[in-house]
Ligand binder design. Structure first.
Ligand code: F6R
Length: 242
């Protein structure tokens, strides 16, 4: 079931997302969170840091599992998702770093790393909440559109459109990794609750396809329509076509 919330302005967008995560932690301090990178959640993480500093929320007993990681970037590479998470969230809150998990993209054996992450997720049990951004091509995590989708954590070749979109963070497109490890659609859909967030006019078309279009592997986010508990937070621009 999709519960769609449209909000006006960046501040309310971030407050709404952070508010959903904070109330979960207030009712369940040991919540297991699935987290995302990309530009969409940055303001949400800032708001969560503020709530932590104000004593409204604590992450001390929580744990987190990130969706994805580039293959071949060292953990301290400026664009690795481990570094992103440390800098944008973990270093500023009270979550023990050992309770945070990001797939290992730089071990030299990505297939084994993907298998290890699947095991880790199985051990963690059901995620209480999975936060998601939405790619312009309908990807969630790095589950790119195609003829079929995979359930568990796996290796993906990044879509050219995804590499172009992410090139803004790298000195040149050649330096954007070609492959990533991502949680699969199966793991994502197993979360108790999913929080999908999208902002900006450039996301309006894919938001409409994902939420109102046919359920198809050509738009991986369309599978969210099959989940019993999805909250979608959109700004007015991203929600412009629904
Ligand atoms: C990031 C991720 C991706 C992004 C998506 C949107 O961990 O899994 O699916 O959520 O590419 O990215 P932004 O938010 O930068 O538009």
């Amino acid at each position: 079931m999709l519960n769609i919330i449209k909000v006006k302005g960046e501040q309310l967008f971030n407050e709404t997302g952070a508010g959903i995560i904070a109330s979960l932690l207030q009712s369940n301090p040991r919540a297991v969170l699935g987290l995302a990178t990309g530009s969409t959640p940055v303001g949400v993480y800032q708001k969560l840091i503020e709530l932590y500093r104000d004593g409204v929320v604590s992450f001390k007993q929580a744990s987190s599992y990130n969706l994805d990681e580039y293959i071949g970037l060292a953990e301290d590479h400026p664009e690795s998702y481990r570094r992103f998470m440390n800098e944008k969230l973990f270093n500023h809150i009270d979550i023990p770093l050992e309770s945070t998990h990001v797939p290992a993209g730089n071990t030299g054996d990505p297939t084994q790393a993907a298998t290890d992450y699947t095991r880790l997720l199985e051990k963690a049990g059901q995620l209480d909440l999975q936060l998601l951004g939405l790619g312009h091509n309908g990807h969630i995590g790095f589950n790119e559109p195609g003829e079929e989708l995979q359930g568990p954590t796996h290796i993906v070749e990044l879509d050219e459109r995804t590499r172009q979109a992410n090139a803004r963070f790298f000195p040149s497109i050649e330096e954007v990794p070609t492959h990533a490890i991502t949680m699969g659609i199966g793991s994502i859909l197993q979360a108790k609750q999913i929080l999908l967030m999208a902002k900006g006019e450039d996301k309006a078309e894919i938001v409409a396809r994902a939420l109102k279009g046919p359920i198809t592997t050509k738009c991986p986010a369309s599978f969210l329509q099959t989940h019993p508990n999805v909250v979608v937070v959109l700004d007015q621009a991203a929600g412009g076509l629904i």
